[in-house]
Design a protein around this ligand. Structure first.
Ligand SMILES: [Zn+2]
Length: 262
């Protein structure tokens, strides 16, 4: 690992990682602050300097939703400035370009990126599983083999599982009795059996809970075959479950355009 001296007295190390670009913010005239979900160093923010001047080879690679290979400067352990800087960037796959002309997919990608950021409240805390899920979801959105809304809901369900609060689907959320239960209660934690069902539980169509379970398990044969009303009901329950567990509502989720192409 190389290190370069800085004026502030400690040595900034150069290190490499690959990452998904979650967010890009302007910093002054020509710099950007890039929020990255990296494979090995968790979520971190880095300054990209002079992206406007060098737009063709540098800035264009640091657009939201891209998978990039980076060289970063800063202490990977988090000592010193919390803001790292990007010193090199190579594109692995720039998915963002493919969403620019496709509003439903763009809004789904935005909800994925916001969820990834919200599920990593602490910088530089590695979460390989969440990185893999986030990259996989953007790749699947770009490939277009499945409806964007289904890709998003599958991502939300699995991302919630990494945080430890995925809804119960194959057992009662309260007593753990296995089986497919008809009632669903967000405060109780998912599907609930007749004995545990709290007042005000929803009674979704059986196909809706089947879809939720298929999305959790990656059973795309079942998921792709689900009818629109079933998809809508499933999205509503997934969103309600997500919002219940998050301190603040996701800004991007209500904006997701679920008109489907495939
Ligand atoms: Zn029960």
């Amino acid at each position: 690992m190389a290190s370069v001296p800085t004026g502030s007295g400690y040595r900034r190390q150069l290190y490499r990682d690959d990452a998904v670009v979650l967010r890009v913010q302007k910093l002054g005239e020509s710099d950007r602050i890039i929020t990255l979900l990296t494979r090995r160093h968790g979520r971190l923010r880095a300054v990209a300097r002079g992206v406007r001047r060098t737009m063709s080879r540098f800035g264009a690679r640091l657009e939201p939703f891209g998978h990039v290979d980076l060289q970063l400067a800063g202490s990977p352990e988090g000592v010193g400035s919390s803001l790292h800087s990007v010193s090199q960037v190579e594109a692995v796959a720039l998915y963002g370009k493919q969403f620019l002309t496709d509003y439903p997919r763009y809004t789904a990608a935005s909800a994925i990126a916001e969820t990834a950021e919200r599920l990593t409240p602490v910088e530089r805390e590695p979460s390989l599983r969440l990185f893999q899920l986030t990259l996989g979801a953007l790749k699947a959105l770009a490939a277009g083999e499945h409806a964007g809304g289904l890709v998003l809901d599958a991502y939300l369900l699995r991302a919630m599982a990494t945080a430890g609060w995925a809804p119960a689907v194959a057992e009662c959320a309260v007593c753990g009795t296995p089986g497919r239960h008809a009632a669903f209660s967000v405060p109780a934690g998912g599907a609930v059996c007749p004995d545990c069902r709290p007042p005000g539980s929803a009674h979704p169509a059986p196909a809706t809970l089947l879809l939720m379970s298929a999305l959790t398990d990656g059973d795309w044969m079942i998921a792709d075959a689900a009818e629109q009303p079933v998809r809508r009901e499933c999205s509503g329950l997934v969103a309600a479950h997500l919002q219940w567990h998050m301190e603040r509502a996701l800004r991007s989720l209500p904006l997701v355009d679920r008109r489907e192409n495939p």
